[in-house]
Design a protein around this ligand. Structure first.
Ligand SMILES: Cc1cc2nc3c(=O)[nH]c(=O)nc-3n(C[C@H](O)[C@H](O)[C@H](O)COP(=O)(O)OP(=O)(O)OC[C@H]3O[C@@H](n4cnc5c(N)ncnc54)[C@H](O)[C@@H]3O)c2cc1C
Length: 387
């Protein structure tokens, strides 16, 4: 069998954000014998979905403390060494992707994720990196031998997490990793940045309606976090960026064990109760012109004082949507099991990057930035070890 094996220096499993970036950096470092193995017919399926197709590449005001991980100090080392500014420079100077900022959010100038993907693929094509698609990695044997057909000195598991499995990242990263580490090195995957299910059924009547609000997450009667932004009512509960941001926090509390959770929606965060009360009085107790009439009907049909219901519209959380709907996966291989170069400490030459690692952040470019930074760190580590 041995002589039939195709040989590479580095094989990257997964042609998503982190796998492609890792390959680009290896090529930039003049490494040869690089292959990307992607199970789909084309790479970058999830990348094209990001930011509603616009691809929120990173965040100019990135705050490292907002990431969730088991090892904040390794995370800080990686992010300090490969910060937003360096990533933007690599995109601009090396990959030729022109970026623009909208507030703190950074996008390709074209506002299309396809520009990011095309430029990466072009770069790989012009640097002799093999892009092997329709290749589903199911086995990494010691050595490293992949699917009994490829032999390589280094392996990068960049197969993503387990959210939006239809994009190809269906949790197979964890299966591949688990043959090399013990189960205590992997935190089981859970949905992070996900919609919330709620008990109250009255909001089904306003499914599809959006409202600008301040939403506070209350756990065991304590306010633990608030977000302001557009919230969407749905058949099952609530969605929108502000809800997604709170869901990650909720999930982490749930893992520790909680009794009750709710979101309290302030539909008029810009008005004091007194000012709102005067406005409602001016309208003869009606909410016309203040709220969409179907939302107003739901608020007015609730028991209790109208102003309290407008300022503190309570929705009892019964759970979150599952991984199929989550934008990001929490959990994965513990960062504490990896070096700063993202190599599994106990297995020289075996690396894990991107969402497969136990690092997840809020909306706003944080998760792609982790994919880029972890990939850059990994590629430089491989390059350094190979010289
Ligand atoms: C709808 C949506 C919108 C998002 N928007 C943003 C945003 O605007 N900004 C942001 O920062 N983040 C966003 N994210 C999160 C971001 O997309 C991910 O965190 C990021 O793509 C993770 O990169 P990755 O390379 O680790 O994994 P992925 O991008 O998931 O790539 C993994 C790749 O590996 C392949 N693969 C998996 N297993 C195997 C295997 N066994 N063999 C071969 N190939 C395999 C998959 O097919 C896939 O192509 C969004 C996510 C979703 C779902």
């Amino acid at each position: 069998m041995g002589s039939d094996l195709k040989k590479y220096n580095t094989v990257i499993i997964g042609g998503g954000a982190s796998g492609l970036m890792c390959a680009c950096r290896l090529a930039y470092n003049r490494m040869t014998g690089i292959a990307v193995l992607e199970r789909n017919t084309k790479p970058g399926k999830k990348l094209l979905m990001t930011g509603n197709g616009r691809c929120n590449v990173t965040n100019d005001e990135l705050d490292i403390s907002l990431y969730n991980t088991d090892d904040p100090s390794v995370l800080a080392s990686v992010m300090d060494k490969y910060p937003v500014s360096d990533t933007k420079e690599f995109f601009g100077q090396v990959l030729g992707v022109s970026l623009i900022s909208k507030g703190e959010l950074v996008y390709p100038r074209t506002l299309k994720g396809i520009t990011v993907l095309e430029q990466m693929i072009r770069y790989l094509g012009s640097h002799d990196v093999d892009m092997i698609t329709d290749f589903h990695v199911t086995k990494i044997a010691d050595g490293f031998v992949i699917n009994d057909s490829i032999m390589t000195d280094n392996v990068v598991i960049a197969g993503g997490g387990a959210s939006y499995p239809k994009t190809g990242s269906d949790g197979s990263s964890y299966k591949l990793i688990s043959s090399f580490v013990s189960s205590s090195d992997i935190i089981p995957a859970y949905p992070s940045l996900v919609q919330l299910n709620v008990r109250e059924t009255d909001i089904r009547k306003i499914s599809g309606e959006r409202i600008n609000s301040r939403v506070t997450l209350v756990i065991d009667r304590e306010e633990v976090a608030s977000e302001t932004g557009e919230m969407l009512f749905t058949d099952y509960g609530v969605s929108g960026i502000c809800i997604m941001q709170l869901s990650g926090i909720l999930n982490r509390y749930r893992m520790k064990g909680i009794k009750t959770a709710s979101v309290v929606v302030d539909m008029f965060p810009d008005m004091t109760p007194e000012k709102l009360s005067a406005e409602v009085e001016r309208r003869g107790g009606k909410l016309n012109g203040l709220l969409l009439s179907d939302i107003a009907d739901v608020v007015l049909s609730r028991k209790g004082d109208v102003i309290s219901n407008l300022k503190s519209f309570v929705l009892t959380i019964t759970g979150t949507r599952d991984l199929d709907s989550a934008q990001v996966t929490g959990g994965g291989i513990k960062l504490s099991s990896l070096t700063e170069g993202l190599m599994i400490k106990s297995h020289p030459g075996l690396y894990v990057t991107g969402e497969a690692v136990n690092v997840d952040g809020p909306c706003g470019g944080y998760n792609l930035q982790w994919a880029w930074s972890s990939a850059l760190s990994c590629a430089d580590d491989i390059s350094g070890r190979s010289r």
